[in-house]
Structures are given as structure tokens and as C-alpha cells.
Write a protein that binds this ligand. Structure first.
Ligand code: PEP
Ligand code: MG
Length: 325
């Protein structure tokens, strides 16, 4: 995938039979916003805010973050911007924040675990900036939490948002409650997706981490690269149950891992019932083109065959049969 010459569609896209699918961009910096707009993104589906904290000596303060989030929203006045709260640890160390899990960082204190622990102050500052930005621009701001594995973690994060809103209120500072969501990137989260979905507005599936954890195959370990495939039936079934849980809980559900940007997999992902796909901007035109060609019935039949398959090989046979038709 990537780099094929395809027409850029500025408008949101739907399948041939009219099912709307939001196609959004993953970004890490303000510089990447421009590319997202240029490639026809409907919005931002994953703003990796770690990048604001990298290559500097101290974290950005509330006002600096406010300006960045406001600018991201301003780039999509009619769209949605999904900002992920700081996801430090694992493969994302930040020099001035101590990340002591050197032996097994992917199973250590990362993402929301840090925001509810050693980085609680940073978490509050970030939420203050986000709630202020939500009120300052017309676009929809959504905020999601990385690496959720339990209901109490999610509830603690939601409570912190409520506390921050109460503080801003009492200080007379303009703010707005954003949409709130949980990332589904641990097997634990996929298994309790029903309980998570009931408590939030949306779920977003991070297939990079979900695949590494479901398959017990670390990111960046070449010796197990073969196992780290989101088309493994085990991963597809985790996705399938997450979508069903979101539907039952009246939450929308998106995907923001690399898998979402593979246009060959668009029929499978639309068939699985995802409402939104978020990817690096360069793949947006081809994914939009692939979605526009789809019939929902055929996509759903493919998703059923794929989730019933015993092996990844069979999944790919089904995917390729559909693509070649
Ligand atoms: C993911 O895990 O799939 C994801 C989107 O987040 P990141 O790649 O930043 O961990
Ligand atoms: Mg992740």
C-alpha cells in the first residue's frame, strides 16, 4: 500500500450502497496536519501527542498545548479530531520522564498507567488544554486514553476529566466536554469491550499493540515478525467482538493501527463494521477509492468468512478472492 496514483477525494466517502465510513489521518506533529488536509482526510483519527513532548528538555505547558490542539481543530472545522492522551513508556520513552521498565517495557507502566500514576500532573495539564481547545473551535474534539486494560482505569480517567472540567468552571475559564473514548489495544480491553463501551462515546482499535499482545510477538522484534499479523484469526476475532460491543453500547468504533491504512483490507474492515479508519495520510486516497467500490453485503460476507477461518493463510485467500473480482 502507499504511493499509488489515485484521485484525492475531499468529501467524506461511502460504500456503493451508501454506508458512510470516516477516513481520517494519524498525525504526530502540526506539520503533518497539512498533509492530512491535502490527502483529503475527513479529520484526525489519532493525534499521537507524545511528539509534542519529544526533542525538548521539559514538557509543553498548558497554553502551548492549547494552541496546538486548537490548530488541529481549526484544520478540520467540520470534522473530528481524536487526540490521544500522552502514551509514554513501551517503545515511546521520553528522556526527562523516568521510564524504568527497561526489561520488558511493553508489559510495564505505559500509557494510561502512567497518566494515573507518576504522570498525573501532566495528565491534568493536558486535559485542561484539551477542554479549553474544545470550546475554542467549531470542529469536534475527541479525547481517547491509550493502553486501557480495566474498567477502574477508564473510570479514573473519566473522573479526572470531570474534575478538570469542574476546576475550569470554578476558575471561570471557557471549556467544553470533548467526546471521550478508550483505545482497544490490550487483549484485556477487547474482552471487556462491552463494559468499556457503555462508559464512553467511542472505541478506537490500536491494531499495532493489539496484535503484539494477542500474538505475544513484540513490536520491532524481527524474529517474530511473521506472527505479528493483524489478519491472524485471533486478532480478527478480537476486532469482531470489539465492534459488536461498541454497537451494543451505542459507541462508534474506529481503527487507528497500521492495518487501517491497507487498502487491500478495506473490504474486510468495512465488513467487520468499523465506522472510522485512521491511517498515515498518504494512504487515504486509495482507501477512500476502495471503500467507494464496495457493496456492504459482500464486505460483510467476507468478514464472516475471515473471522471463521482457522489460519491467516485462509484469511488472505478470502481477502484476495474478493479483491480480484
Ligand atoms: C496502535 O497501537 O495500534 C496505535 C495506533 O498506537 P501506537 O502505534 O502509537 O502505539
Ligand atoms: Mg498503541
Amino acid at each position: 500500500a502507499g504511493g499509488r496514483d489515485v484521485e484525492i477525494r475531499e468529501e467524506p466517502v461511502a460504500t456503493a450502497d451508501g454506508r458512510a465510513v470516516e477516513v481520517a489521518a494519524n498525525v504526530g506533529t502540526l506539520a503533518e496536519l497539512e498533509g492530512a488536509v491535502a490527502q483529503g482526510a475527513d479529520g484526525i483519527g489519532l493525534f499521537r501527542t507524545e511528539f509534542l513532548f519529544l526533542d525538548r528538555e521539559a514538557p509543553p505547558d498548558e497554553d502551548e498545548q492549547f494552541e496546538v490542539y486548537r490548530e488541529a481543530l481549526a484544520a478540520f472545522p467540520e470534522g473530528r479530531v481524536v487526540v490521544r492522551t500522552l502514551d509514554v513508556g513501551g517503545d515511546k520513552p521520553i528522556p526527562y520522564l523516568e521510564t524504568p521498565d527497561a526489561d520488558n517495557p511493553f508489559l510495564g507502566q505505559r500509557g494510561i498507567r502512567r497518566s494515573l500514576g507518576p504522570d498525573a500532573d501532566l495528565f491534568e495539564t493536558q486535559l485542561r488544554a484539551l477542554l479549553r481547545a474544545a470550546a475554542a473551535e467549531s470542529g469536534t474534539l475527541s479525547v481517547m486514553f491509550p493502553m486501557v486494560a480495566t474498567v477502574p482505569e477508564l473510570e479514573a480517567a473519566l473522573e479526572t476529566v470531570a474534575d478538570v472540567a469542574a476546576d475550569l468552571e470554578s476558575e471561570g475559564i471557557e471549556h467544553e466536554r470533548p467526546e471521550l473514548g478508550a483505545m482497544i489495544e490490550t487483549p484485556g480491553a477487547a474482552f471487556i469491550a462491552e463494559e468499556l463501551a457503555e462508559r464512553v462515546d467511542f472505541l478506537s482499535i490500536g491494531t499495532n499493540d493489539l496484535t503484539q499482545y494477542v500474538m505475544a510477538a513484540a513490536r520491532e522484534n524481527e524474529r517474530v515478525a511473521d506472527l505479528r499479523d493483524p489478519c491472524e484469526p485471533a486478532v480478527l476475532r478480537a476486532i469482531e467482538r470489539t465492534v459488536a460491543a461498541a454497537d451494543a453500547g451505542d459507541a462508534w468504533v474506529g481503527m487507528c493501527g497500521e492495518m487501517a491504512g491497507d487498502s487491500d483490507l478495506a473490504p474486510l474492515l468495512v465488513g467487520l463494521g468499523l465506522d472510522e479508519l485512521s491511517m498515515s495520510a498518504v494512504t487515504i486516497p486509495e482507501v477512500k477509492a476502495a471503500i467507494a467500490d464496495l457493496e456492504t453485503d459482500a464486505a460483510e460476507a467476507l468478514a464472516n468468512r475471515a473471522t471463521d477461518a482457522a489460519t491467516r493463510t485462509t484469511v488472505y485467500e478470502h481477502v484476495n478472492t474478493t479483491t480480484d473480482q
